[in-house]
Design a protein around this ligand. Structure first.
Ligand code: MN
Ligand code: MN
Length: 331
């Protein structure tokens, strides 16, 4: 079948859903072209089907394709930010990285190398997990491309700064302690958002604070509101290169049941999207959406939420990669 596509701004866009129904055909993210169907991409969406680092429910290895399926309903104009991201820049789906499910160290090396390869020509990555282990090699690649440690916003119910689990250094609960130890995070500008739930002890928080993390808890988002939270986060980040990592369990299980380590009392998908949109104009160099485990999802709730999060992240990147289009009134 011919792929009838929407084109605009000189870029190859999604399949035209007014001519080929949304539910038809193989799913790429937002029905965008595959990377091998375009010359190059300014933003590549890539999957990492890996969940060998999980500590509780497995299944996030199927997250990327679940998000792609749920992303069929995304439309090309983002009214919340007044941007048509796929016209502003070339966005493409780079498929999945082929990672070893039986060797975590090798998987981490593969993700790092693939991320460097995909960004060699200046492209930016939005990665669909996979469990949170993959944030470490993605941050390594982002810091290398930025030429400096990067600021980070980490949306998660959990800190993910534990030291080891069953003696293992590289798990989905430890990537950000490793990243601080490796010096790839700018510890003046790193924050967790949406944290909640029981910990092993107060030491968890003390360690985390020592590494430099700021914490905006789920309760803070509720009590202070989105605008105040956004102001605080932006002040800390400034104009630094920023990496955003979204563990979908930052959302309440009512909004994202399909995940491996759910905690009650989370933020809503509306709050998460509003905070992300509040980051407009920041120098977003890379992002991931991880921990979507479709076996525990219901009615595609988690997949739809994750696909919208990825869409807003792509839009924020597209917005900063190009000057805003001039309207007739501006001229
Ligand atoms: Mn988590
Ligand atoms: Mn996590």
């Amino acid at each position: 079948m011919e792929e009838l596509r929407v084109t605009g701004g000189g870029h190859v866009g999604p399949i035209d859903s007014s001519r080929i129904p949304r539910y038809a055909g193989a799913a790429t993210f937002a029905r965008l072209p595959r990377l091998d169907q375009v010359d190059r991409a300014d933003i590549a969406v890539v999957g990492v089907p890996f969940d060998s680092g999980v500590s509780y429910r497995p299944g996030a290895r199927f997250g990327g394709n679940h998000i792609r399926e749920a992303s069929r309903l995304l439309r090309p104009y983002n009214p919340a930010l007044d941007v048509s991201p796929f016209e502003r820049v070339q966005v493409a789906d780079a498929g999945d990285m082929a990672v070893n499910p039986f060797n975590i160290n090798e998987a981490i090396e593969t993700v790092q190398q693939n991320a460097l390869d995909l960004t060699a020509d200046g492209a930016r990555l939005v990665t669909l997990g996979g469990d949170h282990t993959i944030a470490l090699p993605l941050l390594r690649a982002a810091a290398e491309r930025a030429g400096s440690p990067v600021a980070m916003l980490h949306f998660d119910a959990h800190l993910d700064t534990w030291d080891t689990y069953f003696g293992a250094e590289y798990t989905h609960g430890t990537p950000f302690r490793r990243a601080v130890e490796e010096g790839i995070l700018d510890t003046e500008a790193i924050s967790h958002v949406g944290t909640r739930g029981p910990l092993y002890g107060v030491r968890d928080l003390e360690d985390d604070r020592r590494f430099g993390f700021g914490i905006v808890t789920s309760s803070d988002v509720y009590r202070q509101g989105v605008d105040e939270v956004v102001d605080k986060l932006r002040q800390r980040i400034g104009d630094r290169p920023l990496y955003v990592s979204v563990d979908i369990d930052v959302l309440d299980p009512a909004h994202a049941p399909g995940t491996g380590t759910p905690e009650a009392g989370g933020i809503t998908s509306r709050e998460l999207l509003e905070i992300l949109r509040g980051l407009r104009g920041l120098n977003l160099v890379g992002a991931d959406v991880v921990e979507v485990a479709p076996a525990y999802d219901h009615a595609e709730l988690t997949g739809v939420a994750a696909s919208h999060v990825a869409y807003d992240l792509v839009t924020l990147m597209a917005d900063t990669l190009t000057p805003a289009a001039t309207t007739p009134e501006d001229q």
